[in-house]
Design a protein around this ligand. Structure first.
Ligand code: GCB
Length: 628
């Protein structure tokens, strides 16, 4: 096998805007770094009036030159019997991290407000110039973080990681890490006040202490630019380095060993061409070991190499046409007690459910999911759509809201840009067309493309009907001009007539782009049987799937779908007693994984589509040929 291995030093592969826009979101590739876990039980104080944050004049303690000991983040104890301190972490109850608080205590099920978390820990052993970081996988929605009574900073956005450097700030023993987590909803926030999912609060993902050398590889990107030539490029971002620091990229299974030097921003660029690459695909999810070394640091990871592109109405993976046998998923797992997914095992179980349906694609709705699931999808060969919670009625006019959305987008792309499984970044879900919304989403699309040119961009849009023809559905939205895939949600047979309507509707989608149906579905209570015209029965849902799939097969350029949704999930909008009882019932599985009849309808359809990806299932010819 002949391999061409060369390194081009100093080549400008990306416009400088990449570094400018990446700079305000400092990505730390933390998942594969050895770390001390701060997970487990944390002492917690429930603080509905934010008493530990504001004084009685409603002035925030953490903006005072010397905060009083009554501020909860001071983690104080009375120094003498006469000192009044009206909180005590030591005497408080605990909550588990990572987890939402709602499912840990019935009293917190509907709670929206502040809870203070405290963890005490000893400093990890450090030598010489080593540095220490505290890394959070996610906390919903706002986290204010304090170490030994001093504010480290805050983070906004419930589903993306953040970190703080604490080098030189740790005591050998009994460090007090206090986090104020607040999940109140706000009109101008992202998401805004109104969604169709549970507003789980808490430190929902892992907290880790990471020790690195003084100079270390904080971030990197490796991408396959061209499957025909095997062109690969990328960069490593070396934290603590100025210009001229050597970085070595090795991928032993490809005989690849490159060296490059950092520029003044600490960025070393790589570019090469490799033959004999086994491309990543669902049928063959080949992963390559990779290491990045600089000075005393070494970052190990593994990556899949693949390209994803569109050509006219086709979707191409490594140049081959592709049909996305998808399903939508919330980051919720109700088998053990419910709430947010807490571990790689739970994430794996979700993907196994998707695989048992015959899916090769999962839409991670409606916010960035945990890193476990993205990495497992790489291993298992499941393609992903990942999105940010720009959902429904965001405050399009607000620059602050835009910056918030852009930060969440950048943090999502920052974390997952090396995951082959992700083929689509989605910007928004069911957003109402207006000039302000179009401007907002155009800016987001530009940012997504500046950060990552190797994936497709989409957004879940909506349909309407032609004014003089109520059976001609149309997808026309200025956003469709911006995206690579025209995706839309449609609920013919649920919010729009009954399922028989799907037999009559035809579609006009005037774009030379692939068409993806990002949602359809109907509510059904598992175990509720009846005739197929009665809402909430498994039978109605199954019939809706049959009729909808036949309708979608009539759409020109139809490249896949992610029906709504794999499993029932909690939503405060779904209170119908005896049927919903706080669950959105559009799952193909109950919340605990019991199949409804529609599961097998979709499974059969996907079995046929797996044999003939490019062919409507209704016109199947038996050949037994398999595809990815
Ligand atoms: C939608 C939304 C999704 C909802 C779903 C429903 O269009 O995108 O978040 O949960 O409909 O069940 O109504």
């Amino acid at each position: 096998m002949k391999k061409i291995t060369r390194s081009i030093l100093g080549t400008v592969l990306f416009s400088t805007s990449l570094w400018v826009s990446a700079a305000n979101v400092e990505t730390f590739q933390a998942y594969t770094r050895p770390a001390v876990s701060l997970n487990g039980e944390w002492k917690t104080l429930i603080d509905p009036y934010d008493n530990g944050y504001y004084n009685y004049r409603y002035e925030p303690f953490d903006q005072m030159a010397s905060p009083p000991r009554s501020a909860y983040f001071m983690d104080a104890k009375p120094r003498h019997p006469g000192e009044l301190i009206e909180y005590d972490f030591d005497a408080a109850k605990t909550l588990a991290v990572p987890s939402d608080w709602n499912t840990q205590d019935d009293a917190l099920f509907y709670y929206e407000g502040t809870i203070w978390y405290r963890k005490q820990f000893n400093a990890p052993k450090v030598e010489g110039k080593q540095r220490t970081f505290i890394h959070f996988g996610a906390a919903n929605y706002r986290a204010d973080v304090y170490l030994n009574g001093e504010k480290l900073g805050h983070h906004i956005g419930g589903f993306t990681p953040f970190y703080f450097e604490v080098t030189g700030k740790l005591k050998p023993q009994n460090n007090s890490l206090v986090v104020r987590v607040n999940n109140e909803r706000h009109r101008e926030a992202v998401p805004t006040v109104n969604t169709d999912w549970w507003n789980y609060g808490g430190i929902t993902r892992s907290v880790r202490l990471i020790v690195t050398p003084g100079v270390f590889v904080r971030d990197y990107k490796i991408q396959l630019d061209d499957y025909q030539t095997g062109a690969i490029s990328g960069y490593a971002l070396v934290d603590g380095a100025g210009a001229g620091q050597e970085v070595r990229l090795s991928m032993p299974q490809l005989d690849l060993d490159l060296r490059a030097k950092t520029d003044a921003n600490g960025v070393a660029q790589f570019q090469t061409q490799v033959s004999g690459i086994q491309y990543w695909s669902p049928g063959s999810p080949k992963m390559y070991q990779l290491s990045l070394r600089t000075g005393t640091d070494r970052l190990d990871d593994e990556v899949g190499l693949r390209t994803i592109a569109t050509q006219g109405k086709q979707l191409l993976l490594n140049g081959k046409p592709l049909f996305l046998r998808g399903i939508s998923l919330h980051e919720e797992y109700a088998v053990h007690g419910g709430g947010r997914v807490k571990s790689a095992e739970e994430a794996r179980h979700q993907l196994q459910w998707a695989q048992s349906l015959g899916a090769n694609f999962v839409r991670l709705a409606h916010y960035p999911h945990n890193e476990h699931i993205v990495r497992l999808a790489d291993q298992l060969g499941i393609m992903l759509w990942s999105e940010i919670p720009v959902y429904w009625t965001i405050d399009w006019e607000s620059e602050e809201t835009y910056q918030n959305a852009e930060t969440q987008l950048s943090e999502m792309i920052g974390r997952d840009k090396n995951r082959a499984a992700i083929i689509i970044w989605s910007l928004a879900n069911e957003t109402p067309v207006s000039d302000a919304r179009n401007t907002f989403l155009t800016r987001l699309a530009d940012q997504a493309r500046a950060l990552d040119s190797t994936r497709l961009i989409s957004a879940a849009m909506e349909k309407h009907y032609e004014a003089d023809n109520p059976e001609m559905a149309v997808v026309e939205d200025p956003l469709a001009d911006l995206v690579d895939i025209v995706a839309f949600n449609q609920y013919i047979g649920w919010y729009d007539g009954l399922h028989e309507k799907a037999d009559r509707v035809n579609w006009r989608i005037p774009y030379d782009k692939p068409v993806f149906i990002s949602e359809f579905g109907a509510g059904a209570k598992q175990g509720r049987r009846g005739d197929s015209n009665t809402l909430w029965t498994e039978d109605y849902q199954a019939e809706l799937y049959r009729k909808t799939l036949a309708m979608l097969d009539r759409i020109d350029g139809f490249v896949g779908t992610s029906p709504w949704i794999l499993a029932d999930f909690r939503s405060p909008r779904r209170m119908l007693p005896g049927i919903q009882d706080t669950f959105n019932r559009k799952g193909l599985l109950s919340e605990t994984g019991v199949k409804k009849a529609a599961f097998d309808v979709l499974k059969d359809y996907y079995r046929q589509r797996a044999r003939h990806p490019a062919q409507p299932a209704s016109t199947e010819v038996e050949t037994g040929e398999q595809s990815q």
